[in-house]
Ligand binder design. Structure first.
Ligand code: NAG
Ligand code: NAG
Ligand code: NAG
Ligand code: NAG
Length: 495
């Protein structure tokens, strides 16, 4: 039985090789298969009974893992044998399976079914009538392979120094060749917009903010895109941020000093008071959560006032930030509007932090003459005010206001408030600028922005004043230009 089958196979194989050689020879001689089949049909007497393909050669695209059926329908096959071959490999002969590949079988006659397609199944499949002259039908199979991806290095972990450069690489395969793009995961876990394309992402002049998880995604429109994560660590010496470098407190109260430390590798943080390493006690407690380092001082005593610092160390360097813990009043914070409503008066309002009562409050103000090209500060007016009683709800905040009279309509003014308690005068106060209304009917142009100015220090008051008011001018001019140009554009669109 087995021998018989083998015999058939061998005879077919020999016949096939013979006919393949003839076909090759014909091709070499410049005959097309068409012309050879025509010559065959003229040679044959029974032309009507010639075998003939009913199906047509076709290109099939299939995804890996799928099942594909390649048709081969023939009429008038008669005693001839139908073969499926791939290159010189015979897959089937008549209805006998020659290939040992179990994924391949004949269904519904001579249609070739391939299940569980693999990338190497791509190629030409020939259904051939083994006649004196070969006639065949060629199907081309393309195997689409969904993308796969891997990070280089495979750990997906890379490190670089701040200021240096790094290349992230990921390799993708698939058919068609996938396109690759890069995104960075934000804190919330969502991916940002594309930051690069291609297998390599180069980052130069690294900043610490560039540390994080980068994702490389490969897509070839076959199946879902695939993504691989790469973690970039940017190594840098510690950087410290302090929210307040001057902290107001009072005896018996509690104060918290805070340093926010950024470092990679993680920094060790220590605290100093007046250049001495601070030893934590039950009254002075150091603590941290994430990158926030706190020094809490309870039941403040007079000797606790002073200059504190936090020092952060890692293998790449050291950083230090100072802050002062003081019983003196805090700087005056103004919150009256920059543009006055009345043309000769201005209600100046501010608040000052002080746990002990304020002993003295001074208000200084002056007019500054100015136009586009010129500015001249006038004389300071010095007022000594009686400190008001503070609200009992907020023991340390003193809210005060004072109405300045006989002001110049449309005039520019600046003001400073100084305050003293039993520990001394307050921190150098911020300078505040305001503009008195011009006439009763005067309105400030709509859309003009007021630039917050209370950040400028009084030491550099006049030059900062100048910069500040030029910005105000500039913004007014820009607003007008914007208005005009937007009008022009909308007119243009209408035309
Ligand atoms: C604290 O002391 C240091 C060193 O003497 C000094 O540079 C710094 O300005 C002081 N900081 C404060 C807030 O007083
Ligand atoms: C000035 O403004 C403050 C805060 O808005 C207000 O409490 C106070 O009554 C005002 N003073 C005058 C004289 O209008
Ligand atoms: C600015 O003011 C000065 C002094 O009042 C004056 O001499 C100068 O002409 C003014 N310039 C402009 C552009 O208004
Ligand atoms: C007040 O505004 C008017 C026009 O609205 C202007 O002519 C006048 O010069 C302004 N006065 C001052 C002091 O700015």
């Amino acid at each position: 039985m087995k021998n018989q089958r083998l015999c058939v196979i061998f005879s077919i194989l020999f016949g096939l090789i013979g006919s393949a050689l003839t076909a090759a020879a014909n091709n070499r001689n410049g005959y097309s298969s068409m012309s050879s089949s025509r010559s065959a049909s003229t040679a044959s007497s029974s032309q009507a009974n010639q075998p003939r393909f009913l199906s047509r050669g076709h290109t099939y695209r299939a995804v890996v893992g799928d099942t594909l059926v390649l048709p081969c329908e023939v009429e008038n096959i008669g005693p001839l044998v139908l073969l499926w071959r791939r290159g010189i490999n015979v897959l089937t002969a008549s209805n006998i399976m020659v290939t040992r590949d179990e994924r391949i079988r004949l269904i519904g006659g001579y249609n070739l079914e391939i299940t569980d397609l693999e990338p190497q199944d791509a190629g030409d499949y020939v259904c051939q009538i083994s006649d004196k002259v070969n006639r065949d039908q060629v199907h081309t199979v393309e195997i689409l392979v969904p993308p796969t991806i891997r990070a280089v290095p495979t750990s997906g972990q890379v490190q670089a120094r701040k200021g240096g450069a790094i290349t992230l690489e990921c390799k993708a395969s698939g058919n068609p060749v996938p396109s690759i793009y890069w995104t960075k995961k934000s804190g919330s876990g969502k991916s940002s917009a594309r930051i690069g394309d291609g297998t390599i992402l180069t980052l130069e002049k690294l900043e610490r903010q560039q540390a994080g998880v980068y994702q490389c995604t490969a897509d070839n429109n076959v199946g879902e895109p695939v993504t691989v994560d790469m973690r970039l660590d940017v190594l840098y010496p510690p950087e410290i941020q302090v929210e307040k470098s001057w902290i107001h407190t009072g005896e018996g109260y509690e104060a918290v000093l805070q340093c926010i430390v950024f470092a990679d590798p993680v920094a060790t943080v220590s605290w100093y008071q007046n250049s001495f390493l601070l030893q934590p006690t039950d009254r002075k407690i150091t603590n941290y959560r994430g990158n926030r380092h706190d020094l809490t001082i309870r039941h403040i005593q007079p000797e606790d006032f002073g200059n504190y610092s936090c020092v952060a160390d890692n293998s790449l360097g050291r950083s230090r930030k100072y802050m002062e813990l003081s019983g003196r009043p805090g700087p005056a914070e103004f919150y009256s509007p920059k543009w006055g409503r009345s043309s000769d008066k201005y209600n100046l309002t501010w608040k000052i932090d002080s746990y002990p009562p304020l002993e003295e409050v001074r208000l200084l103000y002056r007019r500054v003459l100015m136009n586009d090209s010129f500015q001249q500060p006038g004389q300071w007016h010095n007022l000594i005010l009686t400190p008001e009683h503070r609200p009992t709800t907020e023991p340390k905040t003193h809210i005060m206001s004072y109405t300045l009279k006989n002001l110049h309509p449309g005039g520019y003014y600046e003001a400073i408030v100084q305050a003293k308690n039993r520990y001394g005068w307050n921190e150098v106060g911020d300078i505040f600028q305001f503009i008195v209304a011009n006439g009763s009917s005067d309105h400030f142009p709509e859309g003009a922005e007021v630039v917050a100015s209370s950040k400028s220090r009084s030491k550099a008051s006049s030059s900062l004043y100048f910069i500040d008011s030029s910005i105000v001018y500039l913004m007014i001019v820009l607003n007008v230009i914007n208005l005009l140009s937007s009008r022009k554009v909308s007119n243009g669109n209408r035309n």
